[in-house]
Design a protein around this ligand. Structure first.
Ligand SMILES: Cc1cc2nc3c(=O)[nH]c(=O)nc-3n(C[C@H](O)[C@H](O)[C@H](O)COP(=O)(O)OP(=O)(O)OC[C@H]3O[C@@H](n4cnc5c(N)ncnc54)[C@H](O)[C@@H]3O)c2cc1C
Length: 306
């Protein structure tokens, strides 16, 4: 209920303005986003790189239904790839297909993606396709496979969600294709018919997939802030006799920076996902929701909500 309300609020322009003009909230929210434009996101990436973190930049938002907006999002991805190359940053780009027009027209979206990947290939960059709600999974896989055939693993990768009930075979399908995979638990509210709902079931599926990915994956990435899953990953890595450079952890920018630093100090590779751009407030509110109670209370007071 609170989550839903927060998400609805975060999409309102007046709410975003309120958030941005409230100093404490702006400061708190700013911990989780790269900023409102590419220049700020690049600065955040530069700072992260200086601390030893790799990054991935995401022009935030999804379900775009306006052609100019979808076009603009594709341009953002290409601009990011060019600037990453120019600045020599250790960064790549993450995109959502519904941000570049999948809901408008799949063929148009594919055209946009091809332009982005041509830019990535030309700049030596890499683009990861985020995975969205379950009704987009099959299309996303098909689009990815076509692009992988055309551009190769060094240019495009995909995300697989472990919480999906009926799609455990997708990981094998992609491992057979030697795809570059980011494994996540899965981040959307979905019907129980589609996803595991209990933490125990999700964690068990995630642990099973971590092992499969480490065993057979090409440049595998495990994206989580869950310390138990991280410990499991490290145990599997040791059991398989892999080096720490054989995979990377990925986390959201500003979430558990202590853990990110600890993993770096332990010799792990850590990449942080930096959202930026106009729709950043949705993401920041989602993260604020999960920060410790004391800080959240200050946030609510500053908005006069309690
Ligand atoms: C780099 C990255 C890319 C992702 N890409 C996708 C994608 O393409 N598709 C998709 O469906 N999902 C994606 N996700 C989200 C993912 O599916 C999970 O929903 C999310 O990572 C939370 O699960 P967890 O593994 O951290 O474990 P949890 O058990 O949910 O959380 C572990 C701990 O981390 C804290 N935590 C988790 N998330 C946050 C947050 N946002 N802010 C503050 N604290 C938090 C929790 O409060 C808890 O203490 C991505 C996640 C990351 C890190």
């Amino acid at each position: 209920m609170i989550r839903k309300a927060a998400q609805i609020l975060a999409r309102q322009a007046w709410f975003r303005k309120l958030v941005m003009s409230t100093p404490i909230v702006r400061e708190l929210a700013g911990r989780f986003v790269g900023g409102e434009d590419l220049a700020s996101a690049l600065a955040a990436a530069r700072g992260a790189n200086a601390r030893g973190l790799k990054t991935t930049l995401n022009f935030h938002g999804m379900h775009v239904l306006d052609l100019a907006e979808a076009e603009g999002a594709a341009q953002q991805a290409m601009d990011a790839l060019v600037r990453i190359r120019e600045e020599g940053l250790d960064s790549n780009v993450s995109i959502k297909l519904t941000k570049i027009g999948l809901d408008l027209d799949p063929a148009y979206c594919q055209l946009q993606l091809r332009r982005i990947l041509e830019c990535a290939a030309g700049t030596g960059g890499f683009v990861r396709i985020d995975m969205e709600e379950s009704n987009y999974v099959e299309t996303t896989l098909r689009v990815f496979e076509e692009m992988q055939d055309r551009f190769g693993n060094g240019t495009v990768g995909l995300v697989i969600q472990s919480y999906l009930r009926h799609r455990a075979g997708d990981l094998d399908r992609l491992l057979d294709r030697k795809a570059s995979i980011r494994l996540v638990k899965g981040g959307y509210r979905e019907p129980a018919s589609q996803v595991f709902r209990s933490k125990a079931e999700v964690d068990a599926a995630f642990n099973r997939d971590i092992e499969r990915l480490l065993l057979r994956g090409v440049s595998p990435a495990i994206a989580t802030h869950d310390e138990a899953a991280i410990a499991w990953t490290l145990a599997v890595q040791a059991r398989l006799g892999l080096g720490r450079e054989a995979f990377e952890f990925q986390m959201l920018y500003g979430v558990r920076p202590d853990l990110q630093e600890r993993l770096l100090a332990d010799g792990c590779t850590v990449r942080c996902y930096i959202p930026y751009g106009g729709d950043w407030a949705t993401h920041a509110v989602g993260c604020l929701r999960r920060i410790p109670a004391g800080a959240l209370t200050r946030f609510r007071h500053s908005l006069h909500l309690s």
